[in-house]
Design a protein around this ligand. Sequence first.
Ligand SMILES: [Zn+2]
Length: 159
Amino acid sequence: MKSTFFIAIVFLFTACNAQTKKTNSVAGKKFTVTKTDEEWKKQLSPLAFNVTRKEGTEQAFTGKYWDNHEKGIYSCICCGQELFSSDTKFESGTGWPSFYQPLNKTCLVDESDNTFGMDRTKVTCSRCGAHLGHVFDDGPKPTGLRYCMNSASLNFTKK
Ligand SMILES: [Zn+2]
């Protein structure tokens, strides 16, 4: 009896472990799209992998979209969820594509980030947990927000 109980506990423990390995989470949130690093690496460029899965930042003025003025939709490079419209893109002068508002409230997850002693908020795709950039409160009207994104984490579709 005792040993059956022990085996059950071990089984439960390993089952939980196997699950957490494949689950991305930001502040305990579960994402619909989850892949291992190996799977993401196959799908993404080395830069996009570093930015979206390892919270890297591309160099200012080097990305594809900071100076893109075409009309269209920016979506997540990892899972394709639509995130921003060119209608809310503005010239921030930072060298990163900047928006004052996402397409809707549910497509992003914000999380406070105090790394490097900076008080800023990380922005993550709500569907796959991709790191996209940061949001600051020095943006233009009407929201006063500045979503500072990495081109490498976005995919632009002309509309
Ligand atoms: Zn995504």
